[in-house]
Design a protein around this ligand. Structure first.
Ligand SMILES: *Cc1c(COP(=O)(O)O)cnc(C)c1O
Length: 464
């Protein structure tokens, strides 16, 4: 399998190269040159198999010869052994034909662990074989950073730097990033918001001197391997509810468009998904795009679902590439317009395709709190604010109720205790394995939201 850039001019890469590179040199994102498909029988055969076995079969067509079968099986086994639930990503029933897909049983209690644990193991094997060391820099609105810290801490071939917006992540999120004591992981508190961090990361990748000097690699949600890892749970959950013999729908709390794009990939691979619903909080650029065709930035408004406080949904570019018949120059032009004017308008053809695949909904701050209280009262489930956004939007869909609706539960409520307690009066407790989080020592480096400042710190820490 070859990987091509959404902007059409960067060199084709193998899976290994795309995984280690992250952003393409033409500013685009890597995507597979074509979508592999699984047959009806193959998908039906997933019934009753372990998460790990399904993961192997779903991801295998994408990895080419980067790993042998034995290596890849071991990578998957190690990645998910740390999860606190045997099913890894179990589903629970929320209503008559409504389900929650619990993606928060990993070490940092959010769905980012599903991909990051796998990536950590993949980097380890690939880099050890090459005898190389890389510098991974990530930008996080909270959950990616801690997941990366947990996945990469203590590895020999990787130095990890995580930039998070100072003062804009929850205390649990911050502590999960600042308390690991391993010398190869570093948390950088950047002055600015998540988009500042994300822009710094992009600029770092476009500074080829720095990029080559520190052997820069990325594990943000733009990294193809992360999207790929997330495709798996669409298959396991759908099959457990009767796919491929019946259709299922998904509602996905969305920020950077990585998770919901993974659902789109599952559909392209042959999983019979009826509707894919994009759920946004008050930062609703994607919902507005679905409604009007205008993709217009308006600035980030901090919310109680901070991991979705995003105005530039990086992975949306991967979808646009398909909406425009995989024409790199057309994508490059739209992205230039977004960068320069803060807006672009989708063509009519692209809009039609977008609406054929996706629905959307928005959930305000008040509605999010009300949804947490309501779901607690009616179902006994305590939802995190992100999950509540999804569950609320799912409820409002005008849908075929004979098709199961699976809402992705993207974080454990204990990761956002203040918002949850305020909404429903319950203080969600941390699982026993991280109960001492608030007693551990923190290591924080505060840095200006400025490319030179951040690059200088990284060079200094890795001894350049
Ligand atoms: C990252 C995150 C999201 C958004 O996922 P995207 O892939 O960025 O769309 C939603 N909820 C939680 C808890 C997250 O950590």
């Amino acid at each position: 399998m070859k990987y091509i850039s959404t902007r059409g001019t960067a060199p084709e890469l193998t899976f290994e190269e795309a995984m280690l590179t992250g952003l393409a040199r033409d500013g685009g994102l890597y995507v597979p040159a074509e979508w592999p498909t699984l047959s009806h029988d193959q998908i039906a055969g997933f019934a009753g198999k372990s998460y790990e076995d399904v993961a192997f079969e779903v991801m295998k067509p994408f990895i080419g010869d980067t790993f042998t079968d034995a290596e890849f099986k071991e990578i998957i086994a190690k990645a998910y052994a740390v999860f606190g639930h045997k099913a890894r990503c179990p589903i629970v029933q929320l209503g008559s034909n409504d389900f929650l897909l619990e993606l928060f049983h990993g070490p940092t209690l959010a769905f980012k662990d599903v991909a990051m644990q796998l990536i950590g193991q993949m980097f380890e094997v690939a880099l050890k074989r090459k005898g190389e060391t890389v510098t991974i820099v990530g930008a996080t609105s909270g959950d990616t950073g801690s997941a990366a810290m947990e996945a990469f801490k203590g590895l020999e071939a990787v130095n990890l730097f995580i930039m998070y917006p100072h003062g804009r992540v929850s205390e649990v999120q911050r502590r999960q990033m600042t308390t690991p004591s391993e010398a190869n992981v570093h948390a950088l508190a950047v002055d600015g918001d998540f988009d500042t961090c994300q822009a710094l990361l992009k600029d770092m990748f476009n500074d080829f001197d720095f990029r080559d000097g520190v052997k820069l690699a990325g594990v943000n949600s733009i990294n193809w391997a992360r999207v790929l890892a997330q495709v798996v749970y669409y298959f396991t959950s759908a099959v457990s509810l009767g796919a491929p013999h019946r259709k299922v729908s998904f509602t996905v709390p969305t920020g950077n468009f990585g998770d919901v794009f993974a659902g789109y990939v599952a559909k392209r691979m042959g999983l019979p998904i009826d509707r894919l619903v994009i759920a946004t909080n008050q930062n609703d650029i994607l919902h507005r795009t679905l409604q009007t065709g205008d993709h217009t930035k308006t600035g980030v408004k901090p919310s109680i679902s901070p991991s979705m406080d995003i105005q530039v949904s990086s992975n949306f570019e991967r979808l646009i590439f398909d909406l425009y018949d995989r024409e790199g120059p057309a994508v490059a032009q739209l992205m230039d317009e977004l960068k320069n004017a803060g807006t672009f308008t989708l063509s009519q053809g692209a809009m039609k395709r977008l609406r054929d695949e996706f629905d959307s909904g928005r959930c305000s701050e008040d509605e999010t709190s009300a949804a947490i209280a309501e779901f607690h009262k009616t179902t006994g489930e305590v939802l995190c604010p992100h999950t509540a956004v999804g569950a609320k939007v799912a409820m409002e869909q005008n849908r075929n109720i004979s098709v199961p609706m699976i809402t992705l539960a993207t974080a454990h409520p204990a990761k956002f205790p203040a918002a949850v307690e305020e909404a429903c009066g319950i203080h969600p407790a941390l699982p026993a394995r991280m109960a001492d989080l608030f007693e551990r020592d923190e290591r924080i480096t505060r840095v200006a939201g400025d490319l030179d400042a951040v690059e200088a710190i990284i060079r200094e820490r890795i001894g350049q």
